[in-house]
Design a protein around this ligand. Structure first.
Ligand code: GAP
Length: 468
């Protein structure tokens, strides 16, 4: 299974989905850049999410707030006090480790053992007692480490100028609640949605794009009357399940984990973590939380502004409660890549007018069509002027509607395999018959079946196939 992760990381780099960030300078720990295909894939996820949860609903509106907010936001939200990981620090080299739960002689994190063995190996002949005693001797006491990234606004670097990069997009929806309410005249229940970057100074980033310090979230704060919270909690859980199905995620890999009292985030009255069986273990993919009126109440107190909602019929004023479904964009990309990856033995040799494809295995990314970064590949069979000219015309025409890639390099077989590897659902080959009868070969990524289609029917046929 770990192997699958390596394959995904290397395919992502090789084909331009995701590169290590700042690579020519040796990288920057756990930062990644989305390449030409990665940005298309990621945008497809964000656009589908926005269409589904903002445009297609009458009860959700969107915002796009600033990443840097007044620091008072983070004291009111509890992030300055509570948004921290417990950690210990190695006294010799100051490396920090996250330690969850109570530390006892039996539950020392493996990373700590590994760290002592590799970075501070015992002197020859003197056996080390690795364990609780070593932790006490070599590491500092457990202390809370705040995960928010700090910076300074303006030329002076004093306490007065400290601001934090937002650790979640959610707070802007609470801070802007009144502005949205006043300008969009919504009635409860209604939601505010946002897609954007969030930053956390994670102690243990890793597993490719699973845990990063800079990542993207898609979040909705759905404002309700308190009495309705269970109904809308269930509603959003269903929406998240449907989303996962449409992303192509197998049900058997998903776990819906109710987080018990005492382990939930400081604001939450009920949380369901949606966890996924990654190659490196079962871990969080998305979350759904009932935040009560925690945030609005605190912002009302701290800002002195009346953030209550007024029921226009009864004239009653009260603070709405909130259901929060949250999706990580990068984890969505990671799961989409993991789920789509397939290696297949090709039983029959593929043949495209005159040329046979020798390769008997293929790597194919079986993305659902809506997710595929490129929808259609247009391939002239050879570098003959007349074939290339027709192919370029087809590209120009179809690219008004779809993301289309034109490729004239190497053999047709190699080009098919390249398109399989990036998950392009449809390949069109312009060949010698095209010149005679204005038809092209349409090859289906999954079945590898080839059919001949008239050029003037292409847009309709493709549209239909992509929405199958
Ligand atoms: N507003 C609620 C909130 O931020 P969270 O569970 O801390 O809740 C929401 O984060 C989602 O953001 C997670 O379910 C995950 O998909 C994503 N996420 C959180 N930390 C991340 C990180 N360091 N790298 C990548 N994605 C992350």
């Amino acid at each position: 299974m770990e192997d699958l992760m390596q394959k995904i990381v290397s395919l992502a780099k090789r084909r331009g989905f995701i590169f290590p960030g700042s690579e020519i300078y040796g990288g920057l720990a756990n930062s990644f850049d989305y390449g030409p295909l990665g940005v298309e894939l990621k945008n497809n996820i964000k656009q589908e999410w926005w269409k589904r949860f903002v445009h297609q609903r009458t009860d959700v509106v969107g915002i796009d707030a600033a990443l840097l907010m007044n620091p008072k936001v983070w004291s009111a939200s509890g992030h300055i006090k509570n948004f921290s990981d417990p950690l210990v620090e190695c006294k010799k080299c100051h490396t920090r480790f996250r330690v969850e739960g109570e530390i006892s002689s039996k539950s020392l994190p493996k990373e700590i053992y590994d760290h002592i063995e590799t970075s501070h190996p015992p002197k020859e002949g003197i056996p080390t007692v690795l364990g609780f005693e070593s932790l006490k001797q070599d590491f500092t006491e457990k202390k809370a480490f705040n995960l928010m990234l700090k910076t300074y606004l303006g030329p002076a670097e004093g306490d007065a100028n400290v601001v934090y990069f937002r650790p979640e997009t959610a707070q802007a929806m609470f801070v802007d609640f009144k502005n949205v309410l006043d300008t969009s005249h919504r009635k409860l229940p209604f939601g505010i949605a946002q897609i954007g970057k969030a930053f956390r100074n994670e102690i243990t980033p890793g597993n490719f794009i699973f845990r990063m310090r800079e990542f993207e979230q898609m979040e909705i704060e759905y404002f309700i009357e308190e009495k309705d919270w269970e109904k809308y909690f269930d509603h959003w859980l269903e929406q998240m399940k449907q989303w996962l199905k449409d992303l192509g995620v197998s049900d058997t890999k998903l776990h819906y984990v109710d987080i018990p009292d005492g382990e939930r985030a400081h604001y939450s009255k009920r949380t369901v973590d949606i966890e996924y069986d990654y190659p490196f273990g079962q871990k969080e993919l998305y979350g759904l939380a009932y935040r009560g009126d925690f945030d609005l109440k605190n912002h009302m107190e701290a800002s002195g502004q009346d953030l209550r909602y007024q029921n226009l019929e009864t004239k009653e004023k009260f603070l709405p409660h909130v259901i929060e479904p949250t999706w990580g964009v990068d984890r969505s990309v990671l799961v989409a890549l993991l789920e789509a990856y397939a290696e297949e033995t090709v039983e029959q040799k593929e043949r495209t007018t005159g040329e046979e494809i020798e390769d008997t295995t293929r790597v194919v990314m079986k993305f659902p069509a809506w997710l595929a970064p490129v929808k259609v590949a247009v391939l002239p069979l050879s570098k003959k002027e007349n074939l290339m000219e027709i192919a370029k015309k087809i590209h120009a025409e179809l690219s008004r509607q779809f993301v289309v890639e034109y490729d004239e390099t190497q053999s047709i077989g190699k080009r098919y395999r390249r398109q399989d590897e990036i998950g392009t659902p449809i390949a069109l080959t312009v060949d010698f018959q095209t010149v005679q009868d204005n038809t092209v070969t349409l090859r289906d990524r999954d079945t590898m079946k080839q059919t001949r289609i008239a050029i003037d029917k292409l847009a309709d046929v493709i549209q239909e196939k992509l929405h199958d």
